[in-house]
Design a protein. Structure first.
Length: 315
């Protein structure tokens, strides 16, 4: 049984990971300021410490999954300085903690380090096309500097693993999270117009959260040196945003129509992971198709919306 710290463990990916860690008998502490996560996401068997990762924290620990950071563009752009701080100060704090206690640290990086890529699919060797001076730069550059921190601490002997996570979806996502899957499924379930930004020809590759969590666990356990390169974790089933909208309508049997809105600045036109490294090194690849994963996520949102409505009627 390992002592495992999960920063951001009350969020969408974090809480799915915590469930899996508890199921395998580990002792789990969640460090989360609940800015985008929820107390109700944290299972009772885990200990929740409600605190900002930017403030010092110390306790003996064997592994750190450092996931803390708002991930939805709508949320991380609300407080860009906090987004930058979380990636620089928060990641430094966690790496210092790992160094003090000889712990391994897995950092949740992102496909956003590739910016608006002019190579597709994106391998880890691609250095990216990132705007350092725009609305997304707090997140993109924040994650890039955090990767540089991981590199520097690994040189000092800290065992570090970096996951570059592509668009992920599934149960425990917040319905008002603002990202494409939550927006489209909630809109389709409510019969509201599907809000496509731009003409919907931009692409994303959607990975179901159970597949991602399996990849994170495999990466943390992977043998190798401290200085192993980052690894893409995502599902290479590339779709246009319009196709995602049409699939959401079909899976919900919804009367929703499509409405078009301006494309946000610096919205990447394409995104698709090259997962050769994860396949070779970790023996990992996703197995859940968008059709199956989105159906399960639809059922989750349906239930969540129904219980919210029921709670509203009671008041
Ligand atoms: N998007 C959209 N309508 C929405 C939400 C998102 O068309 O209601 C588009 C967005 O412009 C982007 C893609 O869907 O091209 C994925 O957006 P998301 O916010 O999920 O994450 P991103 O991959 O941009 O970080």
């Amino acid at each position: 049984m390992a002592r495992i710290l999960v920063t951001g463990g009350a969020g969408f990916v974090g809480s799915n990971l915590v469930l899996r860690l508890l199921a395998t008998g580990h002792q789990v502490t969640v460090l989360d300021d609940l800015s985008t996560g929820f107390k109700h996401n944290v299972p009772e068997q885990a200990r929740l410490v409600q605190a900002d990762v930017n403030f010092a924290w110390d306790e003996p620990v064997d592994q750190i999954f450092h996931l803390a950071c708002a991930a939805s563009p709508e949320k991380y752009q609300k407080d860009p300085l906090q987004t930058l701080r979380t990636n620089y100060v928060g990641t430094t704090n966690m790496l210092e903690l790992a160094k003090r206690h000889g712990a391994s640290l897995l950092f949740s990086s992102t496909s956003e380090v590739y910016g608006d890529p002019n190579v597709s699919p994106q391998p880890e060797t691609y250095w990216g096309n990132v705007n350092s001076f725009g609305p997304r730069s707090c997140y993109d550059e924040g994650k890039r500097v955090a990767e540089a921190l991981c590199y520097s601490y690994a040189q000092q002997g800290v065992r570090v693993r970096i996951a570059r996570i592509f668009n992920t979806y599934g149960p425990r996502m917040a319905p008002d999270d603002g990202r494409v899957v939550s927006n489209f499924l909630v809109q389709a379930l409510r019969g509201l117009p599907i809000t496509i930004y731009g003409d919907g020809s931009q692409t994303r590759s959607l990975c179901y959260v159970d597949d991602l969590v399996a990849g994170l666990l495999a990466l943390m356990a992977a043998p190798g040196s401290n200085l192993e390169h980052p690894v893409n974790l995502g599902n290479p089933c590339e779709m246009t945003v319009k196709q995602i909208g049409e699939l959401a309508i079909r899976l919900c049997g919804s009367p929703s129509t499509i409405s078009y809105h301006p494309l946000p600045q610096d919205d990447p036109l394409q995104r698709c992971p090259d997962i050769s490294r994860a396949k070779t090194w970790l023996g990992w690849q996703p197995s859940v198709t968008p059709e199956v994963g989105l159906s399960q996520t639809r059922d989750y949102f349906k239930q969540t919306l129904e219980s919210k409505e029921a709670a509203g009627h009671k008041q």
